[in-house]
Design a protein around this ligand. Structure first.
Ligand code: PGA
Length: 249
């Protein structure tokens, strides 16, 4: 049985002060949460997050990682640097990185490799745009995004990873995929992996992301191949985030 994971993706939001309040609120409400919980913070707040979460059972990580480990890469933050702050997770290939920052499938694969090389769990985001869904190429797109990672790292690398299916049209729009729509893609992803390695497919957590809220989380997470959520907007409000964590059983 796969454990439910609820991970917050704060994106480029918050301040030292607001993040302190948010984490205080989340920590105070964790008593009746059974899911695994993690938050992915902006780089500059990782030291604060590490200090505030010390001794708690809330994991944390970053939202991106450099492909290289050190050198002349102005503005980048490497795996060894994230290790310095105790990061356990790194989001890779978020649709905002792919679309706004021109990250190709191969770049995402190299970031996935960098996270693993430094002992962190990559949260690999995949998902189709609205035009791709309407053009009936959702499975093709998701398969291509997964294949880039599998080609570089091998299917067994997914043993140390989390996958997040995030339909781009559902991110930050208030439009959630229906449980049936999401389950269909999650089942496709798992079956695709099972075609290469059944044990990896059985083990890997596949999260849903895209306007997940306390009100729709339980129904989504109840689907057989949905193992939790990657939460954007609702992760910025402690009660909403906790509501989703509790919906995880
Ligand atoms: P959202 O974002 O929950 O605000 O739709 C999810 C994500 O981008 O990870």
């Amino acid at each position: 049985m796969r454990q439910v994971l609820v991970a917050g993706n704060w994106k480029m939001n918050g301040s030292r002060e607001s993040i302190k309040g948010l984490l205080d609120g989340i920590k105070a409400g964790m008593g009746d949460v059974n899911a695994q919980v993690a938050v992915c913070a902006p780089y500059v707040y990782l030291a604060d997050v590490q200090a505030q979460l010390a001794g708690s059972n809330i994991g944390f990580g970053a939202q991106d990682i450099a492909t290289e480990d050190s050198g002349a890469y102005t503005g980048e933050v490497s795996g060894p640097m994230l290790n310095d702050f105790g990061c356990q997770y790194v989001i890779v290939g978020h649709s905002e990185r792919r679309s706004l920052f021109c990250e190709a499938d191969e770049d995402t694969a190299r970031k996935f490799a960098a996270a693993r090389r430094h002992g962190m769990t990559p949260i690999l985001c995949v998902g189709e745009s609205l035009a791709e869904r309407e053009g009936n190429v959702t499975e093709e797109v998701v398969a291509r995004q997964l294949d880039a990672v599998i080609a570089l790292e091998g299917v067994a690398a997914l043993n140390d990873a989390v996958i997040a299916y995030e339909p781009v049209w559902a991110i930050g729009t208030g439009l959630t995929a229906s449980p049936e729509q999401a389950q269909a893609v999650h089942a496709f992803i798992r079956a695709k992996i099972a075609g290469l390695d059944a044990a990896v497919a059985e083990k890997v957590q596949i999260l849903y992301g895209g306007s997940m809220k306390p009100g729709n989380a339980a129904e989504l997470i109840a689907q057989p191949d949905i193992d939790g959520g990657l939460i954007g907007g609702a992760a910025l409000v402690a009660d909403d985030f906790l509501g989703i964590c509790r919906a995880g059983g």
